[in-house]
Design a protein around this ligand. Structure first.
Ligand code: AMP
Ligand code: MG
Length: 416
């Protein structure tokens, strides 16, 4: 039995092998532009971001309290207050010997002050200020350049800009940032059975799901989507659309028509106009997958079943798009361990991307259960899930209680 599974699946290529081939040739599509910081969310840096200033730009107080020259404090004699230093309103001049200064959080530390004591550790009297706690020289002072030094690299090229990065660039005073051009991606679905949404279904027709799935994920990846609609299974129409897509886009993504047999003319057309490999992947769902180069653009042909389309997009097209769009800091989905809370059906031979619902149980452990039927046409398995349960190629059925790998869905699949 094991042998027959082995021979049946030995012509399949592993996900890793496919990824290696997919990422071997393509380089980032060059072309950069400078955009306002307010328009830069989701864009990818085209050059390192270098800080023009020190952050903080000057030594400043970390507390509301009093600044002093520590050598002036004898442990008992009150120091009179020479003046005030506020955030944005510095104390003018140098601190006179034997005095202290009222200082607020964010205020520049006056020349001569080497230490700040928070006001909770002070006593105010007519003579001035005395200090009630042990004092360490330099305490409560944020030093110039402590966060970022002038001229240092804040982000490398290939960083995607979001709420964790953009405020940092704003803190450097930079109003603009140089980013990669958005990747232009042409998308179409193939199949005589496909009907566009909003139209009544004719006999034998189904609605086109894949263009939605692919376009939505492309938008989340920051691509410019060129929607070329539904294309019938007609060689001359298909050829025309491949040529059009190739002229318009950096990357062309089709779905359907790449499974063996039925796809003969897709393959024939692609052989004429490009260098495309048709792979049988050892993953489930998502066996058929085509990848290569048209005259101008790169091309991915995804399998037709919507779950397969989505899984292959997520696992293979996502890293390709990161590469082509210059997102060199992209990280592959992280796999972590969880306890299977339900049995999982599986036969050896392919790497499974089952859809699962992961949660922390009452003992604080991460556990995952199946969404149910894992058929590649069952899209509800996606709408219920928050993760993939990734089951190794040679693994068989999983019993409840076994440890499995999961990948939490990233922003492609979610809105939070
Ligand atoms: P194919 O790869 O063209 O043989 O398609 C495999 C299965 O996926 C068939 O059941 C198709 O009807 C279905 N399918 C193909 N494209 C789509 C699509 N865009 N939306 C929904 N189902 C599709
Ligand atoms: Mg088809």
């Amino acid at each position: 039995m094991a042998n027959s599974t082995e021979s049946h699946t030995s012509s399949l290529i592993s996900l890793q092998e496919a990824l290696d081939k997919l990422l071997a040739a393509p380089a980032a599509i060059t072309g950069t532009e400078t955009v306002a910081l307010t328009d830069a969310a989701g864009r990818i840096t085209a050059a390192p971001v270098i800080s023009p200033i020190n952050v903080p730009p000057f030594d400043n107080s970390a507390m509301d309290g009093y600044g002093l020259r520590l050598a002036d404090w004898d442990g008992k004699t009150a120091l009179p207050v020479a003046g005030r230093a506020l955030a944005g309103v510095p104390f003018k001049g140098e601190l006179p010997a034997g005095y202290c200064v009222r200082i607020m959080t964010g205020a520049p530390v006056p020349t001569g002050v080497d230490t700040v004591v928070m006001q909770e550790e002070t006593v105010v009297s007519d003579e001035g200020i005395t200090f009630t706690a042990d004092i360490i020289r330099g305490q409560n002072i944020r030093l110039t350049g402590e966060d970022i030094t002038q001229g240092s690299e804040v982000f490398p090229a290939g960083t995607k800009l979001a709420a964790a990065q953009l405020p940092m660039i704003a803190s450097l005073g930079l109003a603009e940032v140089t980013v990669m051009h958005k990747l232009k991606v042409a998308v179409f679905s193939t199949g005589d059975e496909l009907q566009a949404v909003g139209q009544p279904l004719g006999e034998g027709q189904i609605y086109d799901t894949n263009r939605f799935a692919v376009s939505l994920m492309l938008e989340k990846l920051g691509c410019d989507v060129i929607d070329l609609g539904v294309i019938p299974d007609d060689p001359s129409v298909l050829r025309g659309i491949f040529e059009k897509a190739d002229a318009l886009a950096d990357l062309v993504i089709s779905s359907g028509g790449v499974s063996v047999g039925e796809a003969d003319y897709t393959k024939q057309i692609l052989d004429e106009i490009g260098k495309i490999n048709f792979w049988k992947l050892a993953i489930k769902p998502g066996k058929p997958f085509a990848f290569g180069k048209l005259d101008n653009a790169w091309f991915c042909g995804l399998p037709g079943n919507p779950v397969s389309t989505t899984v292959t997009f997520y696992e293979l097209v996502q890293p390709l798009i990161a590469r082509l769009s210059g997102f060199s800091q992209w990280q592959p989905p992280m796999r972590i361990k969880a306890i299977a809370a339900t049995p999982l059906k599986k036969s050896a031979g392919r790497l499974d991307f089952q859809r699962g619902i992961a949660q922390v149980n009452e003992r604080g452990q991460l556990e995952v259960k199946t969404t149910g039927d894992q058929g590649s046409h069952i899209f509800s398995s996606f709408s219920l899930a928050n993760c993939f349960i990734v089951l190794e190629r040679e693994r068989g059925a999983v019993k409840a209680g076994e440890i499995v790998d999961i990948e939490f869905f990233n922003h492609l699949m979610k809105n939070d």
